[in-house]
Ligand binder design. Structure first.
Ligand code: 13P
Length: 250
């Protein structure tokens, strides 16, 4: 089974020229790694040109955010259909940085189901802001999952990808412990199985927050995850190539 790596460039880089360079480097690294499937999340304004110029099958594109409504008076927003038309086949839903800017669990419910209806693959991002001694972060994550999946038809559940990103580790260089991720992966799966039954086993789970080439192999080995969602390291061509390489060797 291939490992999934999502490169979330966030609001980087500053120019299309730099984006193209970064993309070429990521593509090259991915092409050398047969057991890695790369999904690039460029800023939406670069999406069409990057996707349009790519002819291979090795990688795909994800839009960092899209609106749940199909069209209308939503200045500054992008629809899922427009993202699809520009070359994306995945939609990031509820990234913690969007949630910090006001996105709610209810928004993630609408976006996840809108992405499914549009035959796109939603990557539902969840994760607590801090760890609590009494384990309240588990109920926080459960609420995010229940809301995000609420309108997903049972036959489509296995299409949704869940990206667990502990907000307290994002942007740093140290992931949570792989065995803590393993525990969280079991909890995520159990929550979905409680909602939908056995089909919940098929949901793919990614880990994201502070992933580097140093910590990626251990997370893939011991974290019980199908892949990684990478932020700042994905905008550094050399470090990102080293990361892909570290997983393909692991
Ligand atoms: P970092 O890899 O910079 O911690 O970001 C994680 C993230 O938010 C990916 O979506």
């Amino acid at each position: 089974m291939k490992s999934i790596v999502v490169a979330n460039w966030k609001m980087n880089p500053a120019s299309f020229k730099e984006a193209k360079k970064l993309f070429e480097a990521a593509k090259k690294a991915a092409e050398k790694s047969p057991n890695v499937s790369l999904i690039v999340a460029p800023p939406a304004i670069f999406l069409r040109e990057l996707a349009g110029g790519y002819r291979g099958k090795k990688l795909s594109f994800v839009v960092q955010n899209a609106h749940a409504e199909a069209k209308g008076a939503f200045t500054g927003e992008i629809s899922i259909a427009q993202a699809h038309d520009a070359g994306a086949s995945y939609v990031l839903v509820g990234h913690s940085e969007r949630r910090a800017a006001g996105e709610t669990n209810d928004d993630t419910r609408k976006k996840t189901s809108a992405a499914i209806s549009a035959r796109m693959t939603p990557i539902l991002c969840i994760g607590e802001e801090k760890r609590a001694a009494l384990g309240e972060h588990f109920s926080f994550v459960r609420d995010q999952l229940r809301a995000g999946f609420a309108d997903v038809p049972p036959a489509r559940v296995s299409r949704v990808i869940v990206a667990y990103e502990p907000v307290w580790a994002i942007g740093s260089e140290t992931t949570m412990k792989p065995r803590d991720m393993h525990e969280m992966a079991i909890f995520i799966r159990k929550t979905i199985i409680d909602m939908y039954g056995e089909v919940g086993h098929a949901v793919r789970i990614l880990y994201g927050a502070a992933v580097t080439d140093e910590n990626a192999p251990a997370m893939m080995r011991e974290g019980d995850v199908r892949g990684l969602l990478v932020g700042h390291v994905s905008t550094n061509a050399e470090r990102f190539a080293a990361l892909i390489n570290s997983i393909s060797k692991a």
